[in-house]
Design a protein around this ligand. Structure first.
Ligand SMILES: N[C@@H](CCC[C@H](N)C(=O)O)C(=O)O
Length: 272
């Protein structure tokens, strides 16, 4: 029996397991089963939390197709809240999180004893085509006549601008774009609608998952694409289907800072 905690950040919901005792042996097999919304608990994937010899806490994130993602922005805030309350007992408000995309520094914002939000230093975006990776000369590509700006936030993203997120071809084109031959490790696909210089909307088709209500790394990649294309300022509120994230791309060190919510939903046990 696996004890789990369901959490969500801007509606991007994952099943979190405290795996300090190694209870989950085969996450690639467990994630599809537990994430199934009809035959399992139901989620956008599985996140394992454990101790780290390099940082204060470690997370590994698995998509519902069983693939492991290098990084997950919304999960990093949820893991931060989980560790802040359950491991550190609110004794420290800043700590380091080991992820598949390196160590991320996190700051918890509180109102007395209550959690308000978390800011994650997501590091600098990767724009070199070979490192994103995208099989092209530059990080700008064209698919079906639409221009995409490719950005890695540890995991690969391709962002395009649309007139309206309501009519964006998330389900009709997302699955094909995700596995396009431009993307040797597949890609997350973001559709961004501009509102003004500090406000945009985005819908995402996630690699290994499908459409989700929010994607933290996708939100960061979207802001980077907005700035690179001269569409917004370096700090925006990005409205996603499940909530709003505040994203800033700092000029001084090129790091992207993501601030947003992290909420507990329920606890349970799952028989493998
Ligand atoms: N929702 C996430 C990203 C999860 C991983 C993604 N599907 C991938 O395979 O890269 C986020 O909040 O960043």
């Amino acid at each position: 029996m696996i004890h789990f905690t369901k959490m969500q950040g801007a509606g991007n919901d994952y099943i979190y397991v405290d795996n300090r005792n190694g209870v989950v042996k085969d996450p690639t097999q467990l994630s599809p089963k537990i994430s199934d919304r009809h035959f399992g608990v139901g989620s956008d994937g599985l996140v394992l939390i454990s101790l780290s010899d390099k940082a204060d806490v470690r997370m590994r994130m698995f998509n519902p197709d069983g693939s492991e993602a290098e990084m997950c922005g919304n999960a990093s805030r949820c893991v931060a809240r989980f560790a802040w309350e359950r491991f550190f007992k609110k004794a420290k408000d800043e700590f380091d999180l080991e992820t598949g995309a390196g160590i991320k520094h996190i700051v918890i914002h509180r109102d007395g004893e209550n959690f308000k939000s978390a800011t994650v230093d997501m590091g600098a975006p990767i724009l070199e085509p070979a490192k994103i990776p995208v099989a092209a000369e530059t990080n700008k590509i064209t698919l079906d006549g639409c221009e995409f700006t490719c950005v890695s936030m540890g995991n690969p993203h391709a962002v395009t601008f649309v007139d309206s997120v309501k009519t964006a071809p998330v389900h009709t084109k997302g699955p094909d774009y995700e596995i396009d031959s431009f993307f040797p490790r597949k890609s997350n696909i973001e559709f961004c609608e501009l509102v003004d210089s500090t406000h945009a909307k985005m819908r995402v088709w996630e690699r290994g998952t499908g459409e989700t209500l929010a994607c933290g790394t996708g939100a960061c990649a979207t802001l980077v694409a907005c700035v690179l294309n001269g569409k917004t300022s370096r700090a925006i509120d990005l409205e996603l289907l499940g909530g709003t994230l505040h994203i800033e791309w700092r000029e001084e060190d090129s790091h992207v800072m993501m601030t947003g919510p992290a909420e507990f939903v329920f606890e349970g046990t799952f028989e493998e």
